[in-house]
Design a protein around this ligand. Sequence first.
Ligand code: MTE
Length: 425
Amino acid sequence: MNTPEALPPQLSESAYDRRRLRQWLTGGARAEGVSRRTLLRLLAVAGAAAGTSAAFGPPAAAATAPGIVKPLPDSWFTVRGTNAESRFASFAETGYHTPNERFFVRNHTSTPVLDADDWVLTVRGDGLTHDRSVEFTLDDLRRLPAVTRTAFVECAGNGRSFFTTQQGQTVSGTAWTLGAVGTARWRGVRLADVLRRAGLGRHAVDVMPRGLDADYVTADGANLGRVRRPLPLAKALDDVLLAYEMNGEPLPYDHGYPVRVLVPSWIGVSSVKWVGDIEVSAQPLYSPWNTDFYRLFGDAHPVEGSAPLTRQTVKSAWEVEWGAQVAAGTAHRLTGRSWSGAAGVVRVDVSTDGGGTWRPARLHDAPRRAGWVRWSADWLPRTPGSYTLLARATDGAGHTQPDTTVHNTQGYLFDAVVRHPVTVT
Ligand code: MTE
């Protein structure tokens, strides 16, 4: 009568296997001689057999988001619908690069668990010579020259909640604070190399990668198809990668395994995860992601919206808990990070008294295009009370964070100085 279903969970082989695989994933189990790829495949099968990723059983004090595979410990993430925001304060424990397990996840639907052995990239369209269709396997990509680039990925809506909490304005979309950003070392091949190998024609103007995740259906039931967004050819040939590694490891499932597009400095939606095909077109292309979304709409903008958004604006964030308690009469070293899509950050000014007085922060990294700069400031608060920390960055192209951001209905590109509350006790 001991069917697998009837066994208590601790005696079920499949539950044991899932637990063991999960331990391996979090570094708690050894697996010498077994390839990571094999273990990831087993993990995927175990997850599929159990129905959903949540059936792995979350680790202690971890939340789950529908459709995200990796554990989301409360100390690292805030779950927002199908997405997970990194807690910026917890970046104080990390180096320049954001570890894969702490990197924010923005999913329109859910993470597809793909098998790299079955994966093929199809490049097609009338922008290729002879309007042909060319396929690349992962091994084909690995045979091309590999390139490594450090770049942040940041959601265009990062900081959106401050339109409401700081400017009293209504906006739609996920109410991110400042943790929809992370910086990683990406390795892969140049999109330019792949396009040229596929036979790039002289009339090509746009390139549209499309993800292999499920169709995106809006809250009011419109099926917009799979996530896809055109890139002008000039950007596609410039610094865009088809990345297969993140911080020295195969891309994690949630970040696009086996291959994602990485568009340095541009809004996150350009960096299509789980890319399955790329259309190369001799005419400009459109998708909901460059028409209805990811333009600026609202009173201050044209009725048809701004031009499609490309580069990120300038931002700064403190690596300090929101509303932290800080002891009076003690010297504190406060840290943070600033970044910009236009150029490396060259200067950060901070205020610990709500903007009354300002001083330059000490920068710990050289300005880096598509990367961030870590900084610190020493503070000796003498009197208990409520304080507001401010940080204002300037990038090498001369952009400085403003006091307010011009409103747009979807709450994109919030770049104003954020008012960060702390209490001195
Ligand atoms: N690609 C696919 N296929 N599906 C998605 O939902 N989300 C985009 C982009 N690429 C998305 C995608 C958005 S809006 C962002 S901000 C980034 O992926 C987030 O990347 P991450 O989840 O690796 O942090």
